[in-house]
Design a protein around this ligand. Structure first.
Ligand code: AMP
Length: 586
């Protein structure tokens, strides 16, 4: 397969902000792809070589990429760099310089998808002495044979800047249409994806073995399951009503979610974003190895920092010091952790995700041996709003964020990859006037003035609408940033900069700079109001109005553990708005 087919498709995809059109273009590309390459094309279209949990990243530094472009085009690194500064993007710069070169040369060997993929793979795997030279020469070799347009996308993929705006769900839609017989097939493909977290594998299965094989997809320890998420309500009465009158209410621990896979003596830990975090937590691995008393299992827990002197739980920020690559042994000593277990998804070959929660919990309790640092999440079963309120206060007093109230009904399955009403968070007003902090996605920015002339003056922030799979703006935040933050943010956001509004971002405001929705920050505000400008939860409360957070302030917390889809949802904001109105009325 010629790589030019991919480059042409990307060009068209980039030119549209309409999801439907994007899906159609993707269908066309996937249908042109030979069976044995389908997984690779799916990964590459997402700017990857394999699913995230493999931990293999293509990313090379821009400096090296510039060197390779110089080598391939015969221009100096300085010239290329200067042009990147004026053009603003290395991909486009590469295209222009390859164009100039093509006018001088006559022959090149056409790039194939196999060639590009295996070169990128070699680059990603190169480590140790000499790896920099090796990566540069592989890349230069690819560029020498690339057409200007192909070169643009090769450079974008290696520098982690592909940003076509294709969501996982769009790929699933395209697979359903291309190979599943129509959109209805999407739910089976989605389930397969939710339990394997591997879009390439799902694609390959449907193309090679057909839809039946997709329906028979199995959970397999070592492959993360996409996590189930909670909705939010702010009154015990409403929570109980929504959960059918009775629920299991558990402490909502303030740590990092960990999905632990045990397969014999092999332990793998995945974060909420499905990164492999095994190496960060050797202590948690040991805890799992010792406490899970079956041969193979997948369990979920909240990993919480504890004070080594008092055994008290510490806030989430403390745990973030454990997110490092070096000095892990020291960090382990300084910030020991405990695991609070709350789900069992798989035990000795048996998939439990389709079992109701009480059964999963019972299984969990049966297979783990509780100890000093491993405990079942503290819980009550209740049908009484007063008791729920009492337990909530107890949770907060113990250093938790609140409660997660869980359905006990027959249909209370593990909704992999979905935020639904089977789990409801209750984490109200207990710290300050503002009901709660929210985690919002940075989708744009405004240039600063005066003291902030060299940085951003404010960030445009959005909440996530899971139903529509888009990000809707909810506030513009310019307060709470320290000098250090102001220096850090442009650097942090640089790699996510895009020339126009992202196709999954909804906004009535024109930002000076747009970003792809990736970075999540924590914000606290004074109130939520109806808004004629912001589009969050548009029309949910009142026709033609969205919701806005007023007087927002950055809390200093970069939620690097959250992906954009984990941000506070537009539903949650609507719920927060309704609950405040009720409180005001009461
Ligand atoms: P949030 O991050 O606000 O969306 O809240 C959901 C998160 O609460 C989950 O992803 C878990 O990391 C965390 N959590 C803490 N305790 C529990 C629990 N008992 N059950 C489920 N999730 C919990």
């Amino acid at each position: 397969m010629r790589y030019s087919l991919i480059a042409d498709a990307y060009k068209e995809i980039e030119a549209t902000a309409r999801r439907l059109e994007m899906t159609e273009l993707l269908v066309k590309l996937l249908k042109q792809t030979p069976k044995d390459l389908i997984d690779k094309v799916v990964y590459m279209t997402q700017g990857k070589l394999c699913p995230d949990f493999f931990g293999i990243e293509i990313g090379i530094a821009e400096k090296l990429a510039v060197r390779a472009v110089a080598k391939a085009t015969g221009y100096s690194e300085k010239t290329i760099k200067e042009n990147v500064t004026t053009i603003g993007d290395l991909g486009e710069t590469t295209e222009i310089f390859l164009q100039k070169k093509t006018q001088k040369t006559f022959f090149h060997e056409p790039l194939t998808v196999q060639m590009v993929y295996s070169s990128l793979d070699k680059m990603a795997r190169a480590t140790g002495p000499g790896s920099i030279e090796l990566k540069t020469s592989i890349l230069a070799g690819l560029l020498t044979n690339a057409s200007p347009e192909e070169g643009k996308y090769v450079i974008r993929i290696v520098t982690g800047n592909l940003r076509l705006g294709i969501a996982d769900m769009t790929v699933l839609d395209a697979l359903a249409v291309a190979f599943g017989g129509g959109k209805d097939a999407r739910k089976y493909l989605e389930r397969a994806y939710n339990i394997s977290s591997d879009l390439g594998k799902v694609a390959k299965t449907v193309v090679v073995q057909g839809m039946e094989a997709v329906g028979e997809f199995q959970i397999s320890p070592g492959e993360p399951i996409r996590p189930m998420q909670a909705e939010r309500l702010s009154s015990p009465v409403e929570i109980l009503e929504k959960l059918g009158g009775k629920c299991i209410a558990e402490f909502k621990y303030d740590g990092e979610r960990v999905q632990a896979h045990k397969n014999g003596d092999q332990i793998t830990l995945f974060s909420r974003r499905l990164e492999n975090i095994t190496d960060q937590y050797p202590d948690s691995c040991e805890l799992i190895e010792n406490c899970v008393r079956v041969e193979s299992a997948i369990v979920e827990a909240e990993c919480v920092a504890v004070d080594p002197d008092t055994g008290e739980m510490k806030p989430f920020q403390e745990l973030m010091h454990r997110r490092r690559k070096h000095g892990i042994a020291e960090a382990m000593e300084e910030i020991p952790v405990s695991l609070f277990m709350f789900d069992a998804l798989y035990v000795d070959g048996e998939d439990l995700t389709l079992e109701p929660y009480p059964i999963r919990r019972r299984n969990l309790k049966k297979i783990i041996e509780q100890g000093c640092h491993v405990k079942m999440a503290d819980y009550i079963v209740t049908d009484d709003p007063d008791e729920l309120e009492w337990f909530f206060e107890k949770a907060v007093e113990s250093g938790c964020e609140g409660l997660v109230c869980k359905s006990m009904n027959k249909d209370s399955v593990y909704q992999a990859g979905a935020r639904g009403w089977l789990w409801i968070k209750y984490k109200r007003d207990y710290k300050s006037e503002m009901a709660d902090t929210v985690d919002l996605v940075v989708v744009g920015a405004f240039h600063g003035r005066g003291k902030r002339a060299r940085t951003y003056g404010a960030l445009l922030l959005a909440a996530y609408d899971a139903g529509k799979d888009v990000f809707q703006t909810v506030t513009k935040c310019g307060t709470g940033f320290t000098d250090e933050d102001l220096k850090k943010i442009p650097k942090l956001m640089k790699e996510h900069k895009i020339p126009h509004r992202h196709s999954r971002v909804r906004s009535n405001i024109e930002a000076d700079v747009w970003f792809e929705p990736k970075v999540v920050i924590e914000v606290i505000g004074a109130e939520i109001t109806l808004s004629p400008i912001h589009v969050c939860a548009m029309g949910v409360i009142k026709r033609g109005s969205g919701l806005a957070i007023r007087f927002p302030r950055f809390t200093g917390n970069y939620r690097l553990d959250k992906s954009a889809e984990d941000a506070t949802s537009t539903n949650e904001i609507a719920e927060m708005y309704k609950s405040r109105l009720k409180k005001a009325a009461g």
